[in-house]
Design a protein around this ligand. Structure first.
Ligand code: COA
Length: 194
């Protein structure tokens, strides 16, 4: 959902390297996702930028990603461009590119629905099966621990997406037994366990 989009001055945009930023009316500090997060094995998560538009579209429209997406359909390039521009203009974009030795290997995102964050992740086809997804999720949990807006993390995973189910389970997400739009709803036990 592209709600609560807000334009910020350039210096507070996605390239800003501040850990915290003051958010006007709410008069409180919230953790910014505008910094590079160490993962493991030389992998880092860096905030996505407009330059990642083509890469993110390629990953989103790759065969397995389409198959296990909610719509089951590829995304149109113009729709994707609008979505990314809106996403990057948010105060907290929560959209990261995983890089290994400077090479992009995957992406992770947390969409907020009130206090609930919906985690989604993908790894470039040529880097799958190396544990990168599990490592990204562990790093994301550490990062989201400091997020004062999102209090609960969930994921919606296609029932046949074994690799994704395993990666989330390894990061201690639990199957709630609930289906949402035919997807398994997984939930993390909570901040105390992060
Ligand atoms: C799902 C996805 C992110 C997993 O990335 P990955 O880096 O290959 O995952 P990992 O290497 O961390 O493996 C996670 C677990 O799945 C297992 N696994 C990996 N590939 C698998 C496969 N093809 N079939 C079954 N299990 C598999 C691994 O053995 C591992 O389990 P383990 O910890 O018990 O050994 C990746 O396959 C992907 O990008 N898929 C397309 C997009 C997608 O489906 N995203 C998820 C939407 S929420």
């Amino acid at each position: 959902m592209l709600t609560r989009v807000r334009m910020l001055p350039r210096e507070h945009g996605p390239r800003c390297d501040c850990r915290h930023e003051r958010l006007g009316v709410e008069n409180q500090y919230r953790v910014s996702s505008d910094r590079t997060i160490p993962v493991a094995g030389g992998v880092v998560l860096r905030p996505a930028t407009p330059n990642d538009e083509a890469l993110l579209l390629e990953w989103r429209n790759e065969r397995a990603a389409v198959r296990y997406s909610v719509t089951g359909l590829p995304i149109d390039a113009a729709v994707h461009a609008r979505w990314l521009a809106a996403r990057l203009s948010r105060p907290l974009q929560r959209l990261w590119i995983a890089e290994e030795s400077g090479e992009p290997v995957g992406q992770a995102r947390v969409d907020d629905e009130g206090a609930t964050g919906i985690v989604s992740i993908s790894v470039a086809p040529e880097h799958r099966g190396r544990g990168i997804a599990s490592q990204i999720l562990m790093a994301l949990l550490v990062e989201m621990r400091a997020d004062t807006t999102v209090r609960k993390l969930v994921a919606m995973v296609h029932p046949e997406n074994t690799a994704s189910l395993r990666a989330f389970e390894r990061a201690r997400f639990q199957n709630t037994g609930e289906l949402r739009q035919g997807f398994i709803l997984l939930e993390h036990p909570g901040k105390d366990g992060w």
